[in-house]
Unconditional design. Structure first.
Lengths: 148, 89
């Protein structure tokens, strides 16, 4: 069971309650929530916010692929996953991503949560433009997508 | 033939619009598309090296959201997305 969505910061915020509601099940003994937020310092620069750019259709496709792969690579069949990522501008401390996972046991839940965030960072088409106190801004360097 | 390239991430700096349009010979490949983008950067941005690096480190996706290789054949008018190095979260 997967919930995957890109949230436009102009209209909505990422809320943990939505993930809790989605993951609630007596089948799962472990729920883990990973929340990414905007940090105030990056590489010694004072950050005021981040604009996230996304290719929405590919983001959803990527979330689905990562979820499916978990079956094969991690052998975690019985699971529920909630992923929301922001697009648009978010200020300091605001949520940029929420990954909620529900599994039978905590070991699986920790592994799955970590796997999802690391894969998203490597291959999901999302980009960050950081804004700084001196009014400047900069697209952050990322990871090139593998082409087969 | 006219090829549209949708811009994302750092590649958005290439234009004020969300896309750019290029003319390629028929048939061409993604490799040719990259060359044409570099040519556009030479003409429009005085050979901006950072912009060229973006092109060379980017992947390209087809209209159905598949990443395509440098050898992918382009034989009709279509749209691609430029996918610069990613880093969400």
């Amino acid at each position: 069971m997967l919930h995957a969505k890109v949230i436009d910061s102009k209209n909505q915020k990422i809320e943990i309650e939505r993930a809790e509601e989605f993951l609630k099940s007596s089948k799962f003994g472990a729920l883990i929530f990973f929340v990414g937020t905007v940090r105030n310092i990056n590489e010694n620069k004072k950050v005021t916010g981040i604009t996230y750019d996304t290719k929405d259709s590919m983001v959803i496709k990527s979330f689905e692929e990562i979820y499916e792969e978990a079956d094969e690579k991690l052998e975690i069949k019985d699971k529920a996953v909630f992923i929301e990522h922001i697009k648009g501008y978010v200020g300091l401390e605001e949520k940029s991503i929420l990954i909620g996972v529900g599994c039978k046991h905590r070991d699986q839940a920790y592994v799955l949560s970590r796997y999802i965030i690391e894969e998203i960072k490597k291959r999901t088409p999302i980009w960050k433009k950081e804004h700084y106190e001196n009014q400047e801004s900069e697209w952050l360097k990322g990871t090139s997508i593998e082409v087969n | 033939m006219k090829i549209t390239v949708e811009l994302f991430g750092a590649a958005r700096e290439f234009s004020n619009k969300d896309f750019i349009e290029l003319n390629l010979l028929q048939p061409s490949s993604i490799k040719d598309l990259k060359k044409e983008l570099v040519k556009m950067i030479d003409n429009k941005f005085n050979g901006n090296q950072n912009f060229k690096k973006i092109v060379m480190s980017s992947a390209f996706c087809s209209e159905n959201d598949n990443i395509v290789s440098d050898n992918f054949k382009i034989d009709k008018k279509q749209t691609f997305g430029i996918i610069p190095p990613v880093g969400g979260g």
